[in-house]
Write a protein that binds this ligand. Structure first.
Ligand code: PFF
Length: 452
């Protein structure tokens, strides 16, 4: 297709509905599901957090995903252009699109560094984890503090991401999503079965995840659940606007958003079952925090051998890759659609720029003062995007769809004006924005009932 490389004015489109669903699910399922969800669930004590998270997905995530897909499909262009087209040229709402492009740029810069560690661990798994628990755990410190190794894996990961996005919508993103997503499902299914039936921790893991301990239901947990629901569904930065813009008319946006959110949630829970089964089998505490995947699990993998650890890190890398391509596509689509750059040029230049900024995150010894303490760039970029940029982007998107866009555009893309539609508009008007303001105020440490 001529449009695939940007050499004609016709834009790319998904070849099939399944292709879109797999690509959008691929964007949603990422490090957030396999790495972050299990460790924050562990930190916040399990079941109660999972329940809060499910409520957040339904009340905030799903309505916002529907909103982004509506804007994307109605606008048929990148996030900046979509707000211009739906509102007017020079409209203030295009700031939302700008913010999305900037968030995509910044998130991918550090996301690629963490994904690079995951690639490194595939090879460490093949070599096998041996020695004392301390020795195995210290491998992570060695990897992270050796910039050459960390940067090498970041280079490889960004190279793969760029190679896929250069191929365009059908021959790049869709084709690879159709290969990587089924592989990811199969790997995770295998690992979950291993956790449930191959270890003695399966029952305990299920109880930990699905039996809520109400004493753990704190405001802090609720805000983290909300922030996470947001990140894991790839919302607030125009990824779903961009993917929605390659959709043909006809498919139901509501149905698709439900499928993507459901799959994303199911995968996070499956990863939780797989990981906590092993953690409980070895009699460990679930709250292992950020080190859960790269420090705690490798110690357990020394016992299980590479046939569990290799699939695990391949799964993590695949998940990261399908998310990374959506992050890069948001940035690339802006330069292709708005500036008329050929796709190859936009992907190489922007991918290259993101790679260079990512080096800041790979250099963990480079720290600066941020919010009163010395911190590395990875933590700073993660904090700024998750706590400020994404909630602001989501808040503006929500306001736009709830209060600004014409009812005819909104209901036409939604597909009806029935009760469900009216409920969605109500939630978007009164519930989602309040929840997002709470996340934002929490990030700014300004929530009155919290202790900072
Ligand atoms: N949803 C991805 C994850 O859970 O890892 C992260 C992400 C991808 C966030 C794409 C935002 C985005 F646009």
């Amino acid at each position: 297709m001529a449009s695939e490389n940007g050499s004609s004015t016709k834009r790319g489109q998904w070849a099939s509905h399944l292709g879109f669903v797999l690509a959008a699910t691929g964007s949603a399922i990422g490090l957030g599901n396999i790495w972050k969800f299990p460790y924050i669930t562990g930190d916040y004590g399990g079941g109660a957090f999972v329940l809060l998270y499910l409520v957040c997905v339904i009340l905030v995530g799903l309505p916002l995903m529907i909103s982004e897909l509506i804007i994307g499909r109605a606008g048929q262009t990148n996030p900046v252009g979509a707000f211009q087209k739906l509102h007017k040229e020079g409209s203030i709402w295009q700031v939302t699109g700008w913010l999305g492009v900037a968030s995509g740029f910044l998130i991918l810069s550090f996301y690629s560094v963490i994904a690079g560690w995951s690639l490194a661990y595939i090879f460490k798994s093949i070599a096998g984890f041996e020695g004392t628990a301390e020795a195995i755990q210290s491998q992570f410190g060695t990897l992270v503090t050796h910039p050459t190794e960390s940067i090498m894996w970041h280079t490889i990961f960004m190279g793969l991401t760029i190679a896929i996005v250069i191929g365009g919508i059908q021959r790049g993103i869709e084709r690879w999503s159709k290969i990587l997503m089924p592989a990811l499902f199969a790997l995770l299914f295998g690992l979950m079965c291993y956790g449930l039936f191959g270890t003695n921790g399966g029952k305990q893991a299920l109880a930990f995840l699905f039996v809520p301990d109400w004493s753990k239901l704190t405001a802090e947990a609720a805000l983290s659940a909300l922030g996470h629901a947001f990140f894991t569904l790839s919302l607030g930065m125009g990824a779903m606007i961009t993917y929605g813009s390659y959709m043909k008319r006809g498919a139901s946006i509501v149905k698709d958003a439900i499928i993507v959110s459901l799959l994303d949630t199911v995968i996070a829970l499956m990863a939780g079952v797989a990981i906590f089964s092993m953690v409980f089998h070895y009699g460990l505490e679930p709250g292992q925090s950020v080190g859960l995947i790269f420090k705690t699990l490798p110690v357990l993998f020394a016992d299980t051998g590479p046939w569990v650890s290799v699939p695990f890190f391949v799964l993590l890398s695949f998940a990261a890759l399908t998310s990374a391509i959506s992050l890069l596509e948001v940035v690339v689509s802006y330069f292709v659609d708005q500036r008329g750059w050929p796709r190859v040029k936009a992907t190489l230049l922007l991918g290259g720029a993101i790679y260079v900024v990512g080096i800041l995150s790979a250099m963990v010894s480079w720290t600066v003062m941020f919010r009163g303490k010395e911190q590395g760039f990875l933590d700073i970029f993660d904090f700024i995007t998750t706590n400020y940029m994404l909630p602001i982007g989501g808040f503006l998107t929500c306001l736009y769809i709830a209060w600004v866009v014409s009812d005819s555009v909104r209901s036409q893309e939604f597909g009806s004006k029935d009760k469900l539609y009216k409920s969605l508009v109500f939630v978007l008007k009164y519930i989602t924005p309040i929840a997002l303001i709470a996340v934002l105020l929490h990030g700014l440490e300004l929530l009155p009932f919290m202790e900072y």
